[in-house]
Design a protein around this ligand. Structure first.
Ligand SMILES: [Zn+2]
Length: 431
């Protein structure tokens, strides 16, 4: 049995519960079994102790939407609208990616996410066995899907076969850190009967679904032209929402769309920076929250962001909607923080309690340096985290109580090797 004691200067258990003074977290076999104020009074024999009196512990970020190995495409095709970006820049470059490239690109993503305090991420890409191997080695938690498109018979069949083999091999693997979902790309790349087939397959394999929905105005207009319905109403008609679904983006949605999402408890991944950079718009998160939807936060891939830093998404989520609504009271700090942690965890179908530092939750923990200028002074700890701090303040990261970053140094990753391999892939992609 592994037993870990984490002693810290202060503790954010969740958006609602903060321990301002010294505190500790006791972890057994990856699960938080005790959280307390002051000093741990129990027996210390047999414990692995991490003493960080100048750090605040908080739940690690959960990145609710992304395409990890797209780190390799960072900087290719900036400043283009979504469809041009996809068809002229992304698809041709992605066609050159090998299994090895996916492996190193995913490791690069893991490195970047660990360094910026993220402990769990979702991924929808291809050659996912290589991505899963990278996740396993990195020590991170991953909710992974093999992207499916249904434009022709070959791609339809490949999507089904790849997904089946991937789910069967990787679901609940890596000591339970990896879970899987189905990943139909979007209604505009998956015809109606294919979406129905995906829903059936999701039931057969007993895993949820993640999909891109209503990302751009053009997508919604085309959907009305082709199906007489919005992408969300169309997905409902195809039976997709009979299964648990995580919908990325939902930028252009009507009140009826929001009602459909709510009726089926569809979870939403809000990706403010990617939506801004691709000129897609701003998702009506305030209305979604008012309707009671579960909304998590994501970065999307590094080719449309262009980094995987959840601090930036957190700050954008907390400020962008204030500007849109001309109302400083919407999405307050606590709500934004929950969106990046507990709400994101719920959005990606992790067990209740995940994304908090409460007893019974998995010990996925990020520590920030209280000596940083961003924490001087500390009138309101959560405000410091949401509105002032950044990835530079991350000192330590744990998943299941196991260290992935200690005193700012990656524990599980050979970063020199990642840099070397990614440079080789960069040269190859340029050819
Ligand atoms: Zn995406």
């Amino acid at each position: 049995m592994s037993q870990v004691l984490l002693e810290v200067g202060s503790l954010i258990q969740s958006a609602e519960k903060i321990v301002p003074g010294p505190a500790y977290v006791l972890i057994k076999d990856g699960i938080i079994v005790e959280v307390g104020e002051g000093r741990y009074g129990g027996v210390r024999e047999g414990l692995t102790v991490y003493r960080r009196p100048a750090a605040v512990a908080m739940p690690g970020f959960v990145n609710a939407h992304g395409h990890a190995a797209m780190t390799l495409l960072r900087g290719i095709g900036d400043d283009l609208p979504l469809m041009t970006w996809l068809e002229e820049k992304m698809f041709p470059t992605e066609a050159k990616l090998t299994q090895e490239a996916i492996y190193w690109g995913t490791l690069l993503a893991c490195w970047e996410m660990i360094q910026s305090g993220t402990t769990c991420f979702t991924d929808m890409y291809f050659m996912m066995h290589s991505a899963a191997q990278a996740v396993e080695e990195s020590g991170m938690r991953g909710v992974l899907s093999w992207g499916m498109v249904g434009m022709d018979q070959t791609s339809r069949q490949n999507g089904v076969n790849n997904t089946k083999s991937f789910v069967r091999q990787w679901h609940k693997q890596a000591s339970g850190r990896i879970t899987t979902t189905l990943g139909p790309h979007a209604p505009y790349t998956c015809p109606a009967d294919y979406l129905t087939l995906v829903a059936d397959l999701s039931a057969e394999l007993d895993v949820p679904i993640q999909i891109h929905l209503s990302e751009t105005r053009v997508e919604v207009d085309n959907s009305f032209r082709e199906h007489g319905k919005s992408p969300i109403a169309h997905s409902e008609a195809c039976g997709l929402f009979t299964r648990p679904v995580l919908a990325a983006h939902c930028v252009h949605v009507s009140d009826e769309d929001i009602a459909i999402l709510k009726a089926h408890d569809v979870r939403v991944a809000h990706n403010p920076q990617s939506n801004l950079k691709l000129g897609s718009g701003v998702a009506p998160i305030v209305a979604m929250k008012q309707a009671g939807l579960t909304v998590g936060l994501g970065t999307d891939g590094a080719a449309s962001n262009n980094n995987l830093d959840m601090f930036e998404e957190l700050r954008l989520a907390a400020t962008l909607h204030k500007g849109i609504h001309l109302d400083a009271t919407v999405i307050p700090a606590a709500e934004a923080f929950a969106m990046a942690t507990a709400e994101s965890a719920r959005a990606v179908f992790l067990p209740e309690g995940h994304g908090t530092l409460t007893v019974g939750a998995r010990a996925d923990i990020t520590l920030l340096d209280l000596r940083s200028p961003h924490f001087q002074p500390t009138h309101d700890l959560l405000s410091n985290v949401v509105y002032a701090s950044g990835a530079d303040d991350v000192t330590d990261v744990f998943v299941d109580g196991q260290p992935l970053l200690l005193n700012r140094e990656p524990v599980t990753l050979d970063t020199e090797r990642i840099r070397f391999e990614v440079r080789k892939i960069e040269e190859f992609l340029k050819r």
